[in-house]
Design a protein around this ligand. Sequence first.
Ligand code: SF4
Length: 253
Amino acid sequence: KKIRWKEISMIFQGAMNALNPVIKVGGQVAEVLMLHEGMTKEEALEVVRELFIQVGLEPGRVNAYPHQLSGGMKQRVVIAMALALRPSLVIADEPTTALDVTIQAQILDLLKKLQRRFGVSVIYITHDLAVLAEVANKVAIMYAGYIMEYGDVVSIFKEPIHPYTKGLIGSIPSISRIKKRRKLFSIPGAPPDLRQMAPGCPFAPRCPLAKDICRKEVPEPREINKQIVRCHFADELVGVPPEDIWLKILETA
Ligand code: SF4
């Protein structure tokens, strides 16, 4: 309780539905300030009006109920709530999933601006690689609960090393791929059931490069070219284009 909201706050997945439908949005944000900072309701609402301006809402919206706001506005309210106590870290779990594409861009832009203005770090949890490319400095690619590859965003997108990361990058349509006449592909199979994990590398059942050792030992993370990679054969995969691993396998399947 001590660190929640004050040190670390969270923008939850489907946050727009997290607002209480029968309480005015200003009151919901004010509650955080009243509980943690001991402010009176009037003092807290004054701070909330200021916060609403920062997130691009009219201050008078403090008197609105959630159903009177659009999806993008509700998301701005939730962002204001997450920033109300000036935490040092915000965890944003799929913060734009339920929004249409133009509003998504506005919200991501707002989060980037607020990140700089408030000096806050943001961890984005997302399946959307386009969102990652837009907002992240560092990227951790996760599979079955393990970080498979970690590095700066440009390296991860331009020079992925792990077979899973190469598969993800190879599945994104892009102008440069079209120009280079590179085929798109997908990774066959499905993620494992975490209750019944086989021994060894968690990606082995889907990996085209899996060898005996992969089915016996979980690879340790290793640093290669300033990226952290969890693969027994990471050294041999530097600079190998995704197609060289995935397309041959898919074409012969
Ligand atoms: S350790 Fe083996 S199975 Fe796991 S990603 Fe590397 S090559 Fe594939």
